[in-house]
Design a binder for this molecule. Structure first.
Ligand code: BGC
Length: 664
């Protein structure tokens, strides 16, 4: 499509979108692109009412992105992307407005369930695989929200004040890594970055294009544009949705000579390229999985992402034990209990979720009591006392607790990390009368300090999608071996989180005063114990690492090790590689994730795992040199089963930029 065939008026219209979900097509003169949310299932809007409330068509719900991240398995992300691409093909959607890679700077952020991690490498790698899955199967991705949209509080106005090094090492990095998958588009954020609106963040867009190799188009977040002329000049290609007022002003500015032809052409050209790229990507593509297969993918990812946080041996459940199952989350009448709200909400009409039934099918005798709903008791059909009485008469009590759309939602943050009081009390009362397994349905970290040491087992179940009840029952019964790992730290309390300690903040500014110390980087460096560490997760199998060898190379280090399964159960193990610089010349967090892999190992078997740590794995962003720099010095390579369970260490020296291994 030749830009010369478009008039100036048409170009101005093209960079403003057509309506809520389409690009302009000038009555069929050029093809049109349809976009739709979102990261955990398709949200094709059916109707929108005046107050902005939207209803969407029902769609397959996939696990929350946070649960996906807990798999630490790139194949899961790729498969979820591929399944979503099929959904897009069937519904005529060209671009899925996903994935979101914003860093979980604070566990309170209302949208954490739709983001991957507190760690930029994990977030970037999983997003990259998700984008590949989507785009290889015919749907474009829209990587969002660029950037520093880490809280929903006052998101349309507040400025995230962040220094350049922190931007590079923490907040830009997931975008940088995800850009390797060549997403067709990026979405800007609502907030300001160091005072400049996300829609006008020229410096950031330039980094994306010139340094991260991003060759697609930049969308605005929905209604994030205050000044279309300023955003166009900054390199924001399409404003969404169409806004008459902004468009008219843009036309006036153009007529007044405030916009150079080249500036308009640059954006319009990128929109045209986007349209043809999406259409080519789609050409000849048919859904590769049936709906049943996609549902199976959702279920398998849920089973792989659920994290066994604690287990005194009560799990897997012995055959035939008498179970008391309590909590509305086990059999929700309102499916909103199993999802967050906002753009990432999926209409689950027609979906069922029935944990008691899934356990009964597996041969257990199950007594169920809904007990409570969200933060209270909604009807006479819910009786928390009866739940405790049932627990007292059981061999094992399973309490299904959690959050849901009432607490986790776009445009609002959580106020506490604690579960609602009624749920905490039910856990404590149950634990006093029976071995208790707590299953937590939530999209972010939960403060479990009031009860974690009183219960026998804790399983973090995220927000599973289709088949999540089966996935859960398969783990409880031992049919599936748990292999999820936390993609975020679970602190003892909110007070321990650095981002919750803002003093003297002005009303519209969030100062990222903790700098690089986000998540586990903070807890380790400052010796703050956490309830469950980043990367933690138990298995029914046990693994040891053997035959560790490392080799220094011209521009990095390569590593080999064997993961040996010393149990009689097959299972998957995640190997995590961290790097720390000993006595650095600039401040560096105690350890940083630089590589990871997940492997399946047969019972009694072993698997070799290989990693390559390039120069960048040792580098920091030098504010003095405005670039990545590997300082001469000594580094430790830490290999572990979690950020706190380090099994192997090897020291490396860098001298005049050359790598050598230090003697053992
Ligand atoms: C959200 C985006 C979403 C868009 C379209 C915005 O409110 O921030 O993530 O893609 O709406 O629904």
């Amino acid at each position: 499509m030749d830009i010369k065939k478009l008039t100036a008026k048409e170009k101005l219209r093209l960079v403003c979108g057509k309506d809520f979900w389409h690009t302009e097509d000038f009555g069929g003169k050029i093809p049109q692109i349809t976009v739709a949310d979102g990261p955990v299932g398709l949200r094709v809007v059916k109707a929108r009412v005046a107050d902005g409330t939207e209803t969407a068509y029902p769609a397959i719900p996939y696990p929350s992105v946070q649960l996906l991240a807990n798999t630490w398995n790139r194949n899961c992300a790729r498969e979820m992307g591929a399944a979503l691409a099929d959904d897009c093909l069937e519904k005529g959607v060209d671009i899925l407005l996903a994935p979101g890679v914003n860093i979980k700077r604070t566990p309170l952020c209302g949208r954490n369930f739709e983001y991957f991690s507190e760690d930029p490498l994990l977030a970037g790698e999983m997003a990259k695989a998700y984008i590949c899955g989507l785009q290889e199967n015919g749907a474009g991705a829209c990587l969002k929200h660029f950037c520093c949209n880490n809280l929903e509080y006052d998101r349309l106005h507040q400025s995230s004040d962040v220094d350049e090094r922190t931007l590079r090492e923490i907040y830009y990095l997931p975008f940088e890594i995800a850009c390797e998958a060549k997403p067709v588009s990026v979405m800007c954020s609502y907030n300001r970055i160091n005072g400049t609106y996300g829609a006008e963040y020229k410096k950031g867009f330039t980094v994306l294009r010139e340094e991260f190799g991003f060759g697609g188009a930049v969308f605005s977040d929905w209604s994030a544009v205050r000044d279309r002329t300023a955003s166009l000049k900054a390199g924001l290609d399409i404003e969404m949705p169409f806004c008459e007022e902004n468009y008219q002003k843009l036309c006036r500015d153009y007529e007044d000579g405030k916009i150079a032809e080249a500036e308009l052409d640059a954006c319009a050209e990128r929109v045209l390229t986007l349209i043809s790229r999406c259409k080519t990507m789609r050409e000849g593509k048919k859904s590769c999985c049936s709906e049943a297969e996609r549902r199976r993918i959702a279920q398998d990812i849920a089973a792989e992402g659920m994290v066994l946080l604690k287990n005194d041996g009560v799990l897997p459940l012995a055959a035939g034990v008498r179970l008391a199952v309590a909590g509305c989350y086990a059999q929700p009448s309102d499916m909103g209990m199993l999802r967050g709200a906002g753009a990432a909400a999926v209409n689950r009409e027609g979906e069922t979720f029935d944990v008691p039934d899934c356990l009964t099918k597996r041969g257990y005798s199950v007594a169920f009591e809904p007990a409570f709903s969200y933060d209270g008791v909604d009807s006479f059909h819910q009786d928390a006392r009866r739940a405790v009485q049932l627990a007292a008469g059981s061999d094992v009590s399973i309490l299904c607790v959690g959050l849901g759309e009432k607490f986790e939602r776009e445009s609002a943050d959580r106020e506490t990390l604690r579960l609602p009081l009624v749920q905490e009390r039910a856990i404590l009362a149950s634990a006093a009368v029976a071995p208790t397994v707590v299953v937590v349905f939530a999209g972010a970290a939960v403060d479990m300090s009031a009860w974690a040491d009183k219960v026998s087992a804790i399983l973090f179940a995220g927000y599973p999608g289709a088949g999540g009840d089966e996935a859960l029952a398969s783990i409880l019964s031992g049919e599936n071996n748990p292999c999820g790992r936390l993609s975020e730290s679970f602190p003892f309390s909110l007070a321990d989180c650095p981002a919750s300690q803002e003093e003297g903040v002005s009303v519209g500014v969030t100062r990222y005063r903790e700098g690089l110390d986000v998540g586990y980087r903070h807890y380790f460096t400052h010796h703050i114990p956490v309830l469950f560490a980043f990367g933690h997760g138990l298995s029914y199998a046990s693994f040891v690492y053997r035959n560790f060898t490392a080799e220094a190379e011209e521009d990095g280090v390569s590593i080999l090790l064997d993961v040996c399964n010393t149990s009689d159960r097959a299972g998957k193990e995640v190997v995590e590689v961290y790097v720390r610089e000993c006595a650095p010349v600039v401040y560096r967090p105690d350890r940083e994730l630089k590589a990871f892999d997940k492997v399946f190992v047969e019972d009694g078997g072993s698997r070799q795992v290989a990693f390559r740590l390039g120069r960048r794995a040792f580098a920091h962003w030098s504010a003095a040199e405005d670039g990545w720099r590997v300082s001469d010095g000594v580094y430790e390579i830490l290999i572990g089963a979690s950020s706190e369970d380090i099994r192997l260490i090897r020291k490396v020296r860098v001298e005049d930029g050359n790598f050598s291994l230090m003697p053992l």
